[in-house]
Design a protein around this ligand. Sequence first.
Ligand code: AQP
Length: 326
Amino acid sequence: MKKRIFSGAQPTGELHIGNYLGALKNWVALQDDYEAFYCIVNLHAITLPQDPATLRQKTLDLARVYLAAGVDPSRSTIFIQSDVAAHAELTWVLSCIARMGELERMTQFKDKSSKGSSERAGVGLFTYPVLMAADILLYQADLVPVGQDQKQHLELSRDLAVRFNRDFGETFKVPDPYIPKAGASIKSLQDPTKKMSKSDENPKASIFLTDDADTIAKKIKSAVTDSGTDIKFDESRPAINNLLTIYQLVTGKSAEECEANFEGKMYGQFKGELAEATIEFMRPFQERIKQFDDETVKEILRTGADSARSIANATLRDVYQKTGIS
Ligand code: AQP
């Protein structure tokens, strides 16, 4: 029996190269060895305001991104979160064992709610990590491939699984995170102390998966750099560290090969080569994404939801039975 993995992304905007290198690339690699469930987490998306028509379209577009990145529906289950009602139902049960204190410590809530007044922050934004725990625990996932930004949420999922198992008897598998060594946190091109993010207001901060060659080259050219001229991995120089990490991941070279390639070269030349390598890396994805029409995507999502539902409902039945609410 293969071990299981679960992961997802929010249809909140255009995916960027950080989502691709930190998450999608690993999803594709892992589907050979694991039974994989890849979800489009539209219930998570509404924790911040969304335009309904745009959300519907982005949900379908995100499925297309999964497929174009190489997630194979004959090996992996691709589905929309809201098509499996058990996600919302298990969230309620888990909310009853989660503690206010542990949710208050979540840094993503602090970051996202601090953009407005915390008085006005949505309760859904606060309980977002509980929904994420439900997503994962419903499928009894062994492993959850995520970027660094989701590590704290995953720890909460583990804590909730352990607590539920302790209080009601063995029910959930306790999932392990899978965080890639390189690419777990690709940074903004304009402020390398912040992660690259779909919701960044500055479009120059992110390379989007749909950016054309010219736009990619311009964004890389205008990326901020640190003081110093060496093109080397260096934790104390976050800008060059980030750009070299992108170069390493899009070329598949080792860190030593990357540094050797740029020894004695200037930033201008480095940025030119980085732009070229990134454009080449994106090209097959950008070609493939045109191949999936809406009907094909909808059919894949329907089939995916059917298989996801049968596993999720079995877990939920067990939970209801053990908590006395069946
Ligand atoms: N900058 C990043 N570097 C590496 N991995 C990243 N991920 C996100 N940003 C980076 C990983 O991508 C997966 C899907 O992310 P998500 O859609 O759940 O949203 P997010 O983590 O909240 O990412 P964004 O892009 O910053 O979106 P918004 O702006 O909507 O919040 C996850 O595995 C995530 O770790």
